[in-house]
Design a protein around this ligand. Structure first.
Ligand SMILES: Cc1cc2nc3c(=O)[nH]c(=O)nc-3n(C[C@H](O)[C@H](O)[C@H](O)COP(=O)(O)OP(=O)(O)OC[C@H]3O[C@@H](n4cnc5c(N)ncnc54)[C@H](O)[C@@H]3O)c2cc1C
Length: 377
């Protein structure tokens, strides 16, 4: 069975790892295709921009991903034909019996005029890396952490950016000369978890961080941000979350609807037989975060193996996952999301602590070991 996985991010890496570890008979031919040369955890972008680590230290080169039965191909996907389950890349054509699209979400910078010219964004690796040089120069005035569109990856990240910015400004002794404002289209920091939102709002209030809900950033000019409600706000530093969209190759295929790939939330099947979509590229009724991409990947891996062995289909995707939240002051909180297993969506809050700092570290270390064979230190 030829399994072609597009995208070696959270979802693709987990899927390929599972298929490799369970397929002892070697009856699967797995091709994992990515245009990049390394994986970087989303949360590492915060660490890089705030100078807590370097880009080199957090890059996980794909050449160290070695799994029996999996070919990791560095190619750019240029076309997807879902009727034929055929993928064209800059290096050739791949025919699949099972095709899994795990291409993530990219950024539509043009959707927010002036963003790249007058602001900064911290959602791409390059943007976070650039900010590591920009942030030390910010010593007074207003910083805006601004969201340019929803949905966006990792809903806590703008709150985390504001709290970590507060810490670095305090450490540099310039916090009193600076204002920090969060602008977001959501009404609360984490809509599915009122408890988490309440704790974040309390943390903002304690630190004098302003929270402006219910409006997104529409455009930037030099030193001024235009908000959706027609108001304007001056800034000296702009840290943006760009509007997201599926990669162009997905939008150009027959799979996309309303910007992403619709799937059956329980099975991750698209409307095309033998084609699944997982992670940020899919609309599976879960937030766009790595833990959900990983959970979806597990269901698809189990489905492929069940088909191979003639077993019953696996349990449906439960939409459960925990997201860690940097609260500043060396503490991390956690929100446990459950979107699909019960009658209502829930988001249970675990208060920030030093123990959760360790837990978050273990989360990353376990994936580095499992996917890249790195020994935890
Ligand atoms: C600041 C920040 C903090 C975050 N913190 C967390 C966190 O704490 N916990 C958490 O769970 N999630 C977090 N996330 C979100 C997380 O990074 C994403 O949700 C997750 O990576 C999605 O996984 P994915 O497999 O769907 O896509 P990705 O991991 O984005 O992988 C998609 C892959 O597809 C490849 N690709 C795209 N187009 C092409 C093409 N045309 N040809 C070939 N390859 C292509 C890309 O190179 C990429 O490697 C954070 C994100 C950000 C930005």
């Amino acid at each position: 069975m030829r399994v072609v996985i597009l995208g070696a991010g959270f979802g693709g890496l987990e899927l390929a790892t599972m298929l490799s570890s369970v397929d002892q008979g070697g009856v699967l031919d797995v091709a994992l295709i990515d245009k990049g040369d390394a994986f970087v955890f989303g949360y590492s972008k915060l660490d890089v921009m705030f100078g807590r680590t370097t880009l080199d230290a957090v890059r996980l080169p794909y050449r160290t991903f070695a799994k029996p039965g999996v070919r990791l191909l560095r190619e750019t996907v240029t076309a997807i034909d879902p009727q034929e389950r055929r993928v064209t890349t800059d290096a050739g054509v791949h025919e699949a019996d099972v095709l899994v699209v795990a291409l993530g979400a990219e950024y539509d910078y043009e959707a927010t005029p002036g963003l790249t010219e007058f602001g900064n964004e911290f959602y791409s690796v390059a943007g976070a890396h650039r900010l590591a040089d920009v942030l030390p120069q910010f010593t007074n005035g207003r910083a805006i952490v601004g969201v340019c569109g929803a949905p966006y990856k990792c809903p806590p990240a703008p709150s985390e950016a504001a709290l970590l910015l507060h810490d670095v400004l305090v450490a540099r002794g310039v916090r009193d000369a600076c204002e920090i404002t969060i602008v977001t289209p959501f009404e609360t920091p984490i809509p599915p978890s009122p408890e988490t939102s309440k704790a974040l709002l309390a943390a903002f209030a304690e630190r004098g961080i302003e929270f402006l809900p219910g409006r997104r950033i529409q455009a930037l000019e030099a030193g001024t941000a235009g908000l959706e409600d027609g108001s304007e706000m001056s800034f000296d530093l702009f840290l943006g979350v760009p509007k997201h969209q599926a990669p162009d190759v997905v939008l150009a295929s027959a799979m996309a609807q309303d910007g992403y790939i619709p799937v059956n939330s329980q099975t991750l099947e698209t409307r095309f037989p033998g084609i699944y979509a997982i992670g940020d590229v899919a609309t599976a009724s879960v937030p766009k975060a790595g833990v959900f991409a990983e959970g979806a990947a597990r269901v698809v891996a189990e489905t492929i193996l069940a088909t191979l062995h003639g077993d019953d289909p696996p349990a449906p995707f439960d939409g459960r996952g925990s997201c860690y939240i940097e609260f500043g002051s060396g503490r991390v909180g956690r929100v446990d999301i459950d979107f699909l297993s019960g009658p209502t969506r829930t988001g249970t809050f675990q208060a920030p602590s030093a123990a959760l700092v360790e837990e978050k570290r273990d989360f990353g270390a376990s994936r580095r070991t499992r996917w890249f064979g790195q020994v935890a230190n």
